[in-house]
Every structure is written in C-alpha cells, then in structure tokens.
Design a protein around this ligand. Structure first.
Ligand code: ADE
Length: 243
C-alpha cells in the first residue's frame, strides 16, 4: 500500500510513523509512506494556504488551489508509476484500476473513524490523506476532490496531522505481515464487536492478587468461554453502546 500524507506540519507525522511497527512496515515494503508539506504546492511568494471566509466570521479557511494541486499531482504520479512498470496494455489497465487513489480528508466534521473503516481502508492500494487546519477547508475540496471525510472522535484537535497518524497506524497494523503474529489483529478489541477480554502475564500472583485460575488450567475450551464472558462484561461496563 502506498500512503501520501499532505499536511502543513510534516514533522508531527514523521516521528510517530517512523518508529516501531510503522517503521518495520516500511522497511519490509508493506507500505510506502510519503509525508508532504502542503506549502510545496503554493505558487505565491509567501506560500499562502489560507484566507478569510466569504460571508465573514472568525478564523481562516484553507484555500482550494494548493490542495487540488497536491492531490492531483500525487494521484497522477502514482498512476504513471504503475503504468511505467507495466507496459503491456491489459496489465496497464488493471494496474490503473488497482492503483485507484482514495482521497481522505481529516476533519472533526467527518465520519467517525472506527475499526470497520480501518479494515475497509486497509484494502486500498493508495491513500492520499489531506490534513485540515484552521477553521476548515474550502467546501469545494470536499465536494469535488475528497472521497471520505474522517474524524477520529468527537473533539477538536489543533490540526489533522495528529489524527492522520492515528488513522495510518490503525490501518497499517491490519496489513498482512505488519504485526508479528497475524492472530494479534484477529484478537483485537472491536474485531468481534466486543472489547478484548482481560490479559495477564507472570507472576501468577502479584501483591496477593491472583491470576484467574482458568487461565492457568490449560483447558482451552474453558479459557475461551471465560474470555467470551469477560469480553461481554467489560463491554457492558466500558462501552454499553457496542452491545
Ligand atoms: N482535525 C481536528 N480535529 C479532528 C478530529 N477530531 N478528527 C480528525 N481531524 C481533526
């Protein structure tokens, strides 16, 4: 999967996506990640990316021109690369289809991101993630360029770059080979619509608190049953809306 992030703050994305599992996913070639500065697509001397809102009001709005220019460039570049690698007409065609770019805008006004959206997006071959800032983005970007507006939760961040890191992390860990054990993504919270059951490790007794006996018993059927019950209980306690 290829991922392009377009932001005014590339450094916000670089550190968290350059560590641990995200770093290894790039080294293993599971993802090709590029982080771009939106100002590189401005054409004026001062690299202006925002302007006052029509109709008045507080704050600034992100201008459409640099965003359209960035996304169109990154989309064309990816499709041309796919063409060049496959000069045979049939393959070329299927490659273009394979490499259809999905354009995502990070915004508090977007659809709320969850594990299901993460799974859907993990099937894509090219994501272009545009990070919003200021009071908003000119609506023509949303109407005519973006496929999906995504919010990571019902709160407002100072900018979308932080949210983009969250979304990329959640998607990449679902890609085959990204995690050490494929099973770990299967066992995740949310994967079966429930939170994950409690986990314990050594020591079997810590400050007098014992690990539940069933987990030490070696009885897989009983362990599975216990985990299912605990998952339901934990979901009822922390996230009753999921039940
Ligand atoms: N930008 C600011 N707040 C955001 C949020 N909650 N989700 C996505 N992008 C954002």
């Amino acid at each position: 999967m290829k991922i392009d992030i377009v932001t005014l703050f590339p450094e916000i994305c670089r550190a968290p996506l350059g560590e641990s599992i995200m770093k290894r996913a790039q080294e293993k070639g599971i993802i090709e990640l590029h982080i771009h500065n939106l100002r590189d697509w401005t054409t004026d001397k001062h690299h202006v990316v925002d302007d006052a809102p029509f109709g008045g009001g507080q704050g600034m709005v992100m201008k459409p021109e640099p965003i359209f220019a960035a996304v169109e460039d990154l989309r064309d570049m990816t499709q041309k690369t796919s063409n060049a690698q496959h000069p045979t007409p049939n393959i070329q065609q299927s490659k273009i289809e394979n490499r259809k770019s999905k354009i995502i805008l990070m915004s508090p006004a977007g659809r709320r991101f969850d594990q299901q959206i993460a799974r859907q997006l993990s099937q894509e071959s090219h994501l272009i993630i545009v990070c919003g800032h200021y009071e908003g983005v000119d609506h023509r970007v949303i109407e005519h360029l973006v496929d999906l507006e995504v919010s990571i939760g019902d709160y407002v961040l100072t900018n979308g770059a932080i949210a983009a890191v969250v979304v990329v992390d959640a998607i990449v860990r679902l890609l085959p080979g990204a995690l050490g054990h494929e099973q770990s993504a299967v066992d995740d919270s949310f994967n079966r619509g429930l939170l994950e059951a409690p986990q314990y490790t050594r020591p079997a007794e810590f400050r007098g608190w014992k690990v539940p006996q069933v987990l030490l018993s070696g009885n897989h059927a009983e362990t599975d049953k216990w985990r299912k019950e605990q998952a339901i209980e934990r979901t009822r306690e922390n996230r009753p809306d999921l039940l």
